[in-house]
Write a protein that binds this ligand. Structure first.
Ligand SMILES: Nc1ncnc2c1ncn2[C@@H]1O[C@H](COP(=O)(O)OP(=O)(O)O)[C@@H](O)[C@H]1O
Ligand SMILES: [Mg+2]
Length: 294
């Protein structure tokens, strides 16, 4: 049996035995760097945890340890320690504030396509427990149309597309969405792409970002985007970053923090998931590896 068949069988077995809860997996991505993905991941995690949700942030931007820096803590382990050194997923979760955990992908993600059957079985088994440990897994990705970013976004049932009012951010978001739609593995019908307008100066400014992007996606790709909301351009975010604390912790009542809370409540209470097939994190990783092998 080749590796892809083995993996497919393992995923199938898991699905059949899986009556447990699955975490809601949200990939935070963008076409352009520096638009606020890591900020959003961390502050949204805090806002969700205020609403009683157990959140794990998965840092898939392996080049830059953004999330770690923002929490002021460096994780000792990453996904490679699960794959190659027999650690459990629980052991590599670095505890953050408000019961938020974070997992660093490290170089583990890069090596995912080369692991052997036993390592794969062990990883999938471990990722199962991540599903039961968390209500939400937020995946913070790098920017752009790289393999890694696309693979994560492609597998995730929910995508938050961070876009700023800058024209280049809009065109880069469009390119990323186009690349997703063109990929045969992308499940358009079961994926929600929601635009979060970041660094917007007013509510109208945020809505305009959404309208511009969604109208080109509708016109040229016959696709549909939803609007998640806006986070204002707020200088307290930079102040917080300088102190290595998320703005939600340092300035819980500033404009940006209030906006994160609004977005979190919409994510928890929104009805947008009604038609979505819920895929847990272990299923997403399995598909991720399958697609890289095929
Ligand atoms: N709403 C905002 N208002 C002001 N500055 C912001 C906002 N969101 C992000 N930033 C700033 O933009 C920069 C990039 O943010 P970051 O989250 O690291 O982006 P990314 O992860 O997309 O590369 C940081 O310096 C951050 O402080
Ligand atoms: Mg980042």
């Amino acid at each position: 049996m080749d590796q892809a068949t083995t993996l497919r069988n393992m995923v199938k077995e898991r699905r059949e035995s899986d009556v447990k809860k699955k975490a809601r997996v949200i990939t935070v991505t963008s076409g352009k760097g520096g638009v606020g993905k890591s900020n959003t991941s961390v502050n949204l995690a805090l806002a969700l945890s205020e609403l009683g949700q157990k959140v794990i942030i998965f840092d898939a931007d392996f080049g830059l340890a953004n999330v770690e820096v923002m929490f002021g803590a460096l994780p000792k382990y990453n996904l490679s320690d699960v794959i190659y050194r027999g650690k459990s997923i629980e052991e590599i979760i670095t505890p953050g504030p408000n019961n938020i955990g974070f997992v660093s992908g490290g170089s583990g993600i890069v090596g995912l396509s080369n692991i052997n059957r036993d390592q794969l079985a062990y990883l999938i088994h471990n990722l199962n427990s991540l599903d039961s440990l968390a209500d939400f897994v937020i995946i913070d990705t790098g920017a752009g149309i790289s393999d890694q970013v696309l693979s994560f976004a492609m597998m995730s049932p929910e995508i938050i597309m961070i876009t700023t009012p800058e024209p280049s951010s809009l065109t880069d978001s469009y390119s990323l969405i186009k690349a997703l739609y063109r990929n045969p593995n992308f499940d358009r019908a079961n994926t929600t792409i929601r635009v979060l307008a970041n660094k917007a100066s007013t509510i109208e400014d945020g809505e305009l970002v959404y309208q511009k992007l969604s109208s080109v996606v509708s016109k040229f790709l016959q696709g549909r985007l939803d609007y998640l909301g806006m986070i204002p351009l707020d200088t307290t975010i930079d102040k917080a970053i300088r102190q290595q604390k998320p703005v939600m912790m340092l300035f819980p009542n500033c404009r940006a923090s209030k906006a994160y809370k609004l977005v979190a409540s919409d994510i928890v209470n929104g009805t947008h998931l009604a038609n979505n097939v819920k895929r847990g994190i272990s299923e997403i990783f399995s598909s991720f590896m399958l697609n890289r092998r095929l």
